[in-house]
Design a protein around this ligand. Sequence first.
Ligand SMILES: *Cc1c(COP(=O)(O)O)cnc(C)c1O
Length: 404
Amino acid sequence: MSYTPNRQDFDHYMAPNYSPQQIIPVRGEGSRLWDQQGREYIDFAGGIAVNSLGHCHPVLVNALKEQSEKLWHLSNVFTNEPALKLAKTLTERTFADKVFLCSSGGEANEAALKLARRWAVDHHGEHKDKIISFYQSFHGRTFFTVSVGGQPKYSQGFGPIPGGILHANFNDLESVRKLVGDDTCAIMVEPMQGEGGIVPATQAFLQGLRDLCDEHNALLIFDEVQTGVGRSGELYAYKNFGITPDILTSAKSLGGGFPVGATLTTDAIAKSLAIGTHGSTYGGNALASAVALAAVEFIDTPDVLEGVKHRHDLFREHLETINRKHGVFKEIRGMGLLMGAQMSDAYEGRAKDILPLAIEEGLMALIAGPNVLRMAPSLVIPEADIVEGMARLERAIERLVASA
Ligand SMILES: *Cc1c(COP(=O)(O)O)cnc(C)c1O
């Protein structure tokens, strides 16, 4: 018989930078998953806002299968049809004229930041190098993106941090005004902070950032790695606010589970990403592009986007019903199918304790920091799975309450 890996193998063979749950899922279909023992789970985690169409959606499976028999990879010495189709469709459906393709969110943000710096050098000179971002923000794990991110625990302990980075308070325009000036190159912001606790930006805050960027000739970068591709109920969250960035980054839901990222911008700004300035071996990979194209075309339809808004209301109603009975949440918030429930004072810091209890009840969920239970399910999760998943969540929460 062939060897079946187990959870101890993780501790033996994998670098110790993660601490995964004890079960090992082996199969998924829609919003259900099965582990090695055949136990079934409902998936409210969605691979951290990645599995936008659940597991093994036929539209994505077909796109992958078809492309896998034609052409996988060429490198950027040649272009390919799926990459061109993906770039065309992204520009047709957004403010952008140009697309840089890559393989992850961190890589898309790294490209956005390097582009902003190069644009500033090209148009204004070396002195215009300040990047303003926000405390609690998350932009990826490369050294530049982790330094721009607003959680020092992720950037400290690795030696000298890249310079020219300033942090302000999210949703506090006054704190940005204190930092912004003619040396500001770019402001990078998530329209809704994801890892930082599912905190939507206010309309006035984003409008204020847009105005400050215009006033100081700085670029506004929206990190939509987590909020993008239908997650917010629109293709990109900027459309909910009616505020257009200069650069937008996308990944996670874009590939529905296949690694892919994209940096979107205008013709004028893209000129600074001239030949040789930047690159990525896998960027525009034909398999990744074919899957992402299928995901975007399927998700960016009135049916699917309306469905996200409807499911948002269902999630909210269920969470409020649970909270009326058990009083564990202080606030339920979010956009579309990226929802957060902040723990009440009595359960401060205990969101993480729900996760293993939920697993035992057959539900996968997430946290966003120690104090927020996060849900980022498939954008097409069946209503029956929402109802059953919420019943399982309630059982987990009853056990948390009983153990308190
Ligand atoms: C997940 C995330 C990233 C990083 O994406 P990776 O694909 O892990 O590199 C960047 N920004 C935001 C807002 C994210 O949620």
